[in-house]
Design a protein around this ligand. Structure first.
Ligand code: PLP
Length: 374
């Protein structure tokens, strides 16, 4: 059987041999036979099946799952770093990850460096033994990082590279193949894919992931079995959904460039994007997320949201339904005015995550709503 192609078959288990791996809704396990799982915070068979399947998809030895993407990021960084260590990330990293690094970790004696966006700037900040944390496609600038070059530099200086692959998913890129030591996914987005799950994963070589798993058991950032079940279901259609989302992404982004009042359409699949040439080489698809400015909309984002009938306004992305957000007042509200300027977020900026609807309907919905508000 070729296990590299998704969806893979769920593991069939005794005594009932179900085709779909079941939810093991139990807090603990009977001793001595259940000693391998011991207690629900330590391990759960449904979560283990999800970890097995994500490892196959991410082409890594091992995966451990968490209660959220941030659970995956924080537990991994707590395990990898100690006081006096340096961590390098970029200004365009997801705001919560940024806060964790430049706020919380700094308080505990870890030295953060926040690089300007883009591969060259990041490369120039890598020093001996540092840990680099980047996003395969960054949120919200959508910069695509040259993971291969960054990994070579990090490894030659004795450090480690962590890649948050939430925006690309293993369908569009395998960051471990490109040299990342640890690949993080927020399963809350494209992987589970239906706006009904909060979960995360960290994948990499066995020993490294086992150390992170051991800390997860201690800090209790474990995934619950229902979330694992829904994420397993999401994995079965990830490939199909991403094909449709990639197709819609490029079509909607190109079309938005021609819409009156829409400016600065930013999407890795457009030849105006600063990393377009590199994106073509490294991504199988450009994904579903784009940003753009709407001229004259300042202060009227809620009116725009109310005028939309297909696209849903929400603090998330990566679902079968198209979702729009206003980064300045939503995901990136904790950034200072200077930081917002650096990530090109203004009052007029919106982030759109296209779903699997018909692309013309997505564009029409936006056009009608813009016309009704300005
Ligand atoms: N990484 C990226 C790129 C994200 O956009 C997010 C959330 O939006 C996260 C991580 C955090 O994931 P979660 O919401 O599952 O904690």
């Amino acid at each position: 059987m070729n296990e590299d192609r998704f969806p893979v078959r769920d593991r069939v288990i005794e005594p009932a041999f179900p085709l779909t791996f079941p939810i093991f809704q139990t807090a603990s396990y009977s001793i001595p036979e259940g000693e391998r799982y011991r207690y629900g915070r330590e391990a759960n068979p449904t979560v283990e099946e999800l970890e097995r399947q994500i490892s196959i998809y991410e082409r890594t030895e091992k995966t451990v799952c968490f209660s959220s993407g941030m659970g995956a990021i924080s537990t991994s960084l707590f395990q990898l770093l100690k006081p006096g260590d340096r961590i390098v990330t970029t200004i365009d990293t997801f705001a919560r990850s940024s806060r964790l690094i430049s706020g919380f970790l700094k308080k505990w004696g870890i030295i953060p460096t926040i690089s300007a966006p883009g591969t060259e700037a990041l490369l120039s900040n890598i020093t001996e033994n540092c840990t680099v944390f980047l996003e395969s496609i960054s949120n919200p600038l959508l910069r695509v990082y040259d993971i291969r070059r960054i990994a070579e530099r990090v490894h030659s200086l004795g450090g480690k590279l962590i890649c948050d692959s939430t925006f690309s998913t293993p369908e569009n890129m395998n960051a471990h193949d490109l040299g990342a030591d640890l690949v993080i996914n927020s399963l809350s987005k494209f992987i589970a894919g239906h706006n009904d799950v909060i979960g995360g994963s960290a994948s990499g070589d066995g020993e490294l992931v086992q150390e992170i798993d051991n800390l997860r058991r201690t800090v209790g950032t474990n995934m619950d079995p229902n979330t694992a079940y829904l994420s397993l279901r999401g994995l079965k259609t990830l490939s199909l959904r991403m094909k449709e989302i990639n197709k819609n992404g490029i079509s909607v982004a190109r079309n938005l460039q021609t819409v009156d009042k829409i400016k600065n359409v930013n999407y890795p699949g457009l030849d105006t994007h600063p990393d377009y040439e590199y994106s073509k080489k490294v991504l199988k698809g450009y994904g579903g997320v784009m940003t753009f400015d709407i001229e004259g909309i300042s202060g009227k984002q809620n009116e725009l949201f109310k005028a939309l009938s297909l696209i849903q306004p929400a603090n998330t992305l990566g679902s079968v339904n198209s979702v729009i957000s206003h980064p300045k007042t939503m995901s990136h509200r904790s950034l200072s005015a200077d930081e917002l300027a650096m990530v090109h977020v203004s009052d007029n900026t919106f982030r759109l995550s296209v779903g699997i609807e018909d692309s013309e309907s997505i564009i029409e919905d936006l056009k009608v709503a813009i016309r009704s508000v300005i």
